[in-house]
Design a protein around this ligand. Structure first.
Ligand SMILES: CC(C)(COP(=O)(O)OP(=O)(O)OC[C@H]1O[C@@H](n2cnc3c(N)ncnc32)[C@H](O)[C@@H]1OP(=O)(O)O)[C@@H](O)C(=O)NCCC(=O)NCCS
Length: 173
């Protein structure tokens, strides 16, 4: 597993979290219980910190970084889909940041907010609760496309999948 300290900056990973062996975790990264981090994802806490809340997931091929001014914080029960880049943003509880999106410095996604697939949120954007940001550059509107119960289903699925991987994943090469 690629988990690195950088001088005094050391990851803190709850024993009930799941970090896939092909994820890379560096420096001040705090991962709570039942959170999961999937293959090819890089969490680099070298300049500020990254925090993943309980039961949250960061799916395959994501890049999460932070700045001294803006840590990257993901609340409880939130999901970051495949191939997402988050740089110094705060994402609340029960949020979904969908595949291929880019969420930049100082952005806040409030509890229950969503970022649609492929959206780009520039500096200091805000997604209010119950809203979705779509497009490039992203525009925000009430979310009638993907409800809180669908976000919860994604989150539950990843909590269960992490348990399965912990028990059943075998490397064959
Ligand atoms: C946002 C999302 C849910 C939209 O789903 P949808 O069923 O196509 O939504 P709608 O049919 O209500 O589309 C409404 C409008 O938004 C547009 N739209 C849909 N998805 C869009 C996107 N990602 N970016 C920009 N515009 C989008 C549609 O073209 C449509 O435009 P119109 O009103 O001008 O015709 C989908 O694009 C998405 O991001 N899904 C996330 C899936 C995911 O990440 N799942 C979890 C991974 S495990």
């Amino acid at each position: 597993m690629a988990i690195y300290a950088l001088a005094e900056l050391e990851p803190s990973i709850h024993p009930d979290a799941y970090v896939h062996p092909d994820a890379t975790v560096i420096g001040d990264v705090r991962i709570a219980a039942e959170a999961s981090v999937w293959p090819g994802t890089v969490l680099r806490g070298d300049n500020g910190y990254i925090e993943l809340g309980p039961r949250s997931n960061v799916q395959d091929g994501c890049v999460l970084h932070c700045t001294q001014r803006h840590p990257t914080i993901l609340g409880a029960n939130s999901a970051i889909g495949h191939s997402v880049h988050v740089e110094g943003a705060t994402i609340g509880t029960g949020c979904l940041i969908a595949s291929g999106s880019v969420v930049l410095n100082g952005t806040v996604v409030e509890d229950g907010g969503m970022v649609g697939a492929g959206a780009v949120l520039s500096y200091d954007s805000r997604v209010p609760s119950g809203h979705i940001a779509l497009g490039v550059p992203a525009r925000t509107r009430p979310n009638t496309a993907f409800g809180p119960e669908q976000i919860a289903a994604v989150v539950d699925g990843y909590v269960a999948r992490a348990k399965r991987f912990r028990a059943e994943l075998r490397r064959l090469d």
